[in-house]
Design a protein around this ligand. Structure first.
Ligand SMILES: Cc1ncc(COP(=O)(O)O)c(C=O)c1O
Length: 371
């Protein structure tokens, strides 16, 4: 079947960047500095400056970024970390990988962790809270900071879906003790493979993080702590450094597409995504709610339009987390969302015609919730 509207279009993005990217990639290969070379350092400096923090350490993925950030803070076995129930499983898996326990909390009407439920999740073992800036929208950080301060907790931002997103004028990643980013190819800032970064304003913490990503060594063959290999490679750093210069334009394009989708959806009686009034959203995902979702997906598929669900099975209902012993009903908002949410195609290169096609297909499906 012909794809008229892909979910993301990485090929279109590469075509527009080829002349910038290929020379940078060639230069890394000519130079031969593949591991922690000057390209990694340059990207780390540029990304830290972009986020508005002093330090950035490149790592192999967003999951590794979260895990190392927590390990560097001393979080491990016997500790608990508060995590939203509605997020990609990596947020919780990173906590589990440190030996700590993720304690899930339900979401608010914007699909973000509900600050009013935090006190109920607190125990003497709670060490940290992980706000997840899901779909490209920053969690209102005042309530999180107040809660963390009151109870002496660390704040670890999961900014894996929020490159460049703002709240109160500041960028995602600049609020917590530490923050993690993913550069998975489909992210707003994506590599040509896996990649991630940890950002922090704390120099001593950045130093520990740098040890943990590279065999615990500051000097070659001198290993200060037991740690493995979680490095960002130079080829990915070179790609990311080029792409970073386009990120604001791409995010602006995503916002324009969201405005166009909003208008089209209202015309056909579908409620546009719920979100905060703040304009800092970067629409990593454009998520609507529909009744009879399967029928809507099918109607769009028949017209060559791809969709996604982020995420269809909440963490507490995943077999991997059966040990949490939380059945259906534990997090009503997260479960209701999981049954109804639908992510529409969203990427900077999306055209007006493609948005029209999506709108027409939704209108014809007649299977959505009327406002
Ligand atoms: C919210 C969230 N956290 C963590 C991750 C993990 O990132 P990665 O896939 O780079 O390990 C992702 C993305 O996959 C994510 O969307």
């Amino acid at each position: 079947m012909v794809t008229n509207v892909p979910f993301v279009d990485l090929k279109a993005q590469f075509r527009s960047l080829r002349d910038e990217i290929v020379p940078r990639v060639n230069a890394v290969m000519e130079d031969g500095s593949f591991i922690l070379g000057p390209d990694v350092k340059r990207f780390e400096e540029n990304f830290a400056a972009y986020v508005g923090v002093a330090h950035c350490v490149g790592v192999e993925s967003g999951t590794a970024a979260l895990q190392i950030a927590m390990e560097a803070l001393g979080i491990g076995a016997g500790d608990e970390v508060i995590v939203p129930a509605n997020t990609y499983i990596a947020s919780a898996i990173a906590v589990s990988a440190t030996g700590a326990r993720p304690v899930l909390v339900d979401i608010d009407e914007n699909y973000l962790i509900d600050p009013s439920l935090l006190e109920g999740a607190l125990t003497p073992s709670t060490k940290a809270i992980m706000p997840v800036h899901l779909y490209g929208q920053v969690v209102p950080m005042d309530a999180i900071a107040e809660f963390a301060k009151k109870h002496g907790l660390y704040v670890i931002e999961d900014a894996c879906q929020a490159h460049g997103a703002r709240w109160n004028g500041r960028r995602a990643g600049s609020f917590g003790d530490v923050a993690a980013f993913s550069f998975y190819p489909g992210k707003n800032l994506g590599a040509y493979g896996d990649g991630g970064a940890i950002v922090t304003g704390d120099a001593a913490l950045a130093e520990r993080i740098a040890l943990l990503r590279d065999f615990g060594q500051r000097k070659k063959y001198e290993h200060l702590v037991k740690a493995g290999n979680c490095r960002l490679d130079s080829l990915q750093a070179a790609v990311l450094d080029v792409k970073l210069t386009h990120l604001d334009d791409w995010n602006a394009a995503r916002r324009r597409h969201a405005v166009a989708y909003d208008a089209r959806l209202r015309e056909i009686g579908i409620v546009p995504p719920k979100r905060l009034s703040d304009q800092g959203h970067v629409y990593h995902l454009y998520v609507i709610e529909v009744e009879r979702r399967d029928a809507v997906i099918q109607a769009l598929r028949e017209r060559g339009i791809a969709t996604g669900i982020h995420y269809p099975i909440p963490i507490h209902l995943q077999p991997a987390y059966a040990d949490l012993q939380l059945g259906r009903g534990a997090f009503a908002r997260t479960e209701r969302a999981a049954d109804r949410i639908l992510s529409l195609p969203m990427f900077p290169e999306l055209t007006e015609e493609q948005i029209e096609l999506v709108g027409d297909a939704l209108a014809s499906s007649q299977a959505f919730a009327i406002a």
